[in-house]
Design a protein around this ligand. Structure first.
Ligand code: HGY
Ligand code: MN
Ligand code: MN
Length: 415
């Protein structure tokens, strides 16, 4: 399909817009995010969408419906990335719907509803350690706690959003500004995303649908002990914050290994004022814990809390937990997912349903509308890595599924 080749070209071009030389990194409201938004908004306009940007940096392309009473179908994903990312995680789900809408327009398919394609400004939670700030902003769900989170430079979310304008953004002002479509006016939110796991590849399928998105908790943990001289302080007199954190990290890994379906990750660790010849006095690290069932995740978090208390007591350390994110597992909407599955079967012949271990903006949008997700096979299940890859053939299947899905929705809503 010619459209699939255009999608591949767009993904390549967008994948070269980065805040860092030699690798792909785009974080919340960064200069590269501004350049990415400018490029995507040009492509949206070329496809006939009216473009707007909201207060938290989301880029929204809208195709109006036949009249003011028309319902709206939401499509989209995120344009921010992790550090040293691949070019598919997020952008595939923003660009593919734009290409699909252009294809439907080329075929002369009139839509009896409006469509909004959204490029969310922040989903990964890299800059502020808390995910979904973009979709929360779009849905008017940002809280004061969200706005008070600070990045490594001490800048709060509220200050970052207000950058340059008068006064710091408040939750109330942002809620007022967001004015998301009312739930009763929404058909649903459908997101296309690479699977970021091995299931579709093992099943030898290009695409599948998602049954649920795993629940996810994120924390910042700080361990405080006593810095000291590495050469003169006997081992039994130390309160080594890094040794305590390391014991905790090993304990968390062991707990996750023996709990089926639980994943726990410490992705970032920093020693305050670290030096080779200084006993670490203070260490801060992240903790990311997920499971498809909330009860299992909560039980694991309780055990991890008890482990941290024991380690702190045995080593004479202080510890401080800051929860930066907590999302319950979200079930995708059965009816909307069944409609998406029908298009998968029409294009691919069969349809597999799988749980998403990765978080997605659908977690937030589920507060507004029914949510469905289309997963696309990715090589070796690899993601959050520059070698992340979805083949042009698989992207072509996903594109044809999206075109078929929107065309069927048009028939259904056109009656
Ligand atoms: O971390 C995640 O699950 C997603 O990639 N934001
Ligand atoms: Mn993603
Ligand atoms: Mn991601």
């Amino acid at each position: 399909m010619k459209a699939a080749r255009q999608l591949a070209r767009w993904l390549d071009e967008l994948g070269r817009i980065s805040d860092e030389r030699g690798r792909l990194t785009r974080t919340f409201l960064s200069p590269a995010m501004g350049r990415a938004n400018a490029l995507v908004s040009r492509w949206m306009r070329e496809a006939g969408l009216a473009v707007r940007f909201d207060a938290v940096g989301n880029v929204i392309g809208r195709l109006d419906g036949p009249d003011a009473r028309s319902k709206t179908l939401l499509l989209g994903s995120h344009l921010d990335t992790v550090r040293n990312a691949g070019k598919f995680d997020g952008p595939l789900g923003v660009l593919l719907p734009v290409v699909a809408l252009a294809e439907l327009r080329r075929r002369g398919v009139a839509l009896p509803f409006a469509v909004e394609v959204i490029g969310f400004s922040e989903e990964e939670g890299v800059r502020f350690a808390s995910a979904y700030l973009g979709s929360k902003g779009y849905a008017g769900l940002l809280t004061t706690a969200d706005l008070n989170l600070r990045d490594a430079g001490g800048v709060s979310v509220g200050e970052a959003i207000s950058h340059g304008s008068r006064g710091t953004a408040t939750a109330a002002k942002l809620r007022e500004a967001a004015r998301p479509p009312r739930s009763r006016d929404l058909i649903g939110y459908v997101e296309v995303h690479i699977e970021q796991g091995p299931v579709l590849e093992q099943a030898k399928l290009a695409v599948g649908v998602v049954s649920a998105i795993a629940g996810q908790s994120r924390f910042r943990l700080t361990w405080s002990g006593m810095a000291g001289h590495a050469g003169t302080t006997p081992m039994n007199l130390r309160r080594d914050a890094l040794a305590g954190a390391a014991e905790f990290v090993s304990g968390v890994e062991a707990l996750a290994r023996r709990t089926p379906g639980l994943v726990a990750t410490v992705g970032l660790i920093e020693v305050s004022g670290g030096a080779a010849n200084v006993i670490p006095g203070e260490v801060t690290h992240t903790l990311d814990v997920r499971h498809a069932r909330d009860a299992v995740r909560r039980d694991a978090l309780m055990r991890m809390g008890r482990l941290a208390t024991r380690i702190a007591r045995n080593r004479g350390l202080e510890r401080h937990w800051l929860r930066t994110q907590d999302n319950a597992a979200v079930a995708c909407a059965p009816a909307l997912t069944a409609q998406l599955a029908r298009s998968v079967e029409a294009v691919q012949g069969s349809c597999l349903s799988l749980v998403s271990g990765a978080g997605h903006d659908g977690v937030v949008l589920s507060a507004l509308a029914p949510v469905a997700m289309l997963f696309v096979r990715c090589r070796d299940g690899l993601s959050h890595h520059p070698a992340e890859h979805a083949s042009p053939a698989d992207c072509d299947v996903a594109l044809r599924v999206m075109v078929d899905f929107i065309a069927r929705m048009a028939q259904q809503h056109g009656r």
